[in-house]
Ligand binder design. Sequence first.
Ligand code: SAM
Length: 266
Amino acid sequence: MWNPETYLRFADERGRPFQDLLARVLAEQPRQVVDLGCGPGNLTATLAARWPGAQVSGVDSSVEMIDKALADQGGPGPVAYRVGDVRDYLPGPEVDVIVTNAVLQWVPGQEELVGRWARALRPGSWLALQVPGNHDNPAHRALRELCLTSRWSALLGEIGEQTRSVPGPQEYARLLRAGGCTADTWETTYVHQLPVTGGPHPVLTWLTGTALRPVRAALAATPGAWEAYCADLEPALADAYPADGDVVDFPFRRVFAVGRRTAETP
Ligand SMILES: C[S@@+](CC[C@H](N)C(=O)[O-])C[C@H]1O[C@@H](n2cnc3c(N)ncnc32)[C@H](O)[C@@H]1O
């Protein structure tokens, strides 16, 4: 389950890669634009503002996220939101832009999906994706290693063993070209300056909105377990990300890929 409020705590940091991604999508008057895994809709709304003549839709498998997006829009509005699984999605002939931001890292078999979407696009249409490429950063490593310790492995071993890393820019370039698209791919490491609040370590707060969700869900039935897990994880985060005055620098790598369909069939 996603918690929109927790996720939006770092809305600015999470929104910047979306804007950097969309800066490379040069569609002028798209007919339909779809945001796959749209989350709470704050970024999808910027697509409707950029292309007011387009039909913009947002799809997400989380009812909580879609409810938040609809509530913030005030009901039906410029973006048509619906609950759905991105794995079932195929673009229709009027879709000129597909965006999927910070979603595919949660989707096993994403390579096949990216290829399928690329091949289904009409010539001239765009596919833009961004995924966090932080599988090996100290925070994510510490999270996984803790799950595999004797104290936690009975409840969290499976999560610790999930070592799914995302493709890099070169792999996405190959996937896009194989799907009949041009490829514009790159990576960026942002250094987020997370405020020290006197509460939990700021990287723990960040992870609670995303990577720690499966851990929290797995511990939900065991009273006190989530708090105990966080207490065990926090020292490793404090070691890896020390405070500098009232901020913690949190380097965060992201991988970007933008394709434009060139040929009818690859
Ligand atoms: C990290 S959030 C990103 C939200 C938004 N795109 C953004 O950039 O702020 C990941 C979103 O992907 C959604 N998601 C994950 N797997 C999905 C799937 N298979 N189908 C649809 N949505 C999915 C989650 O529900 C969540 O809202």
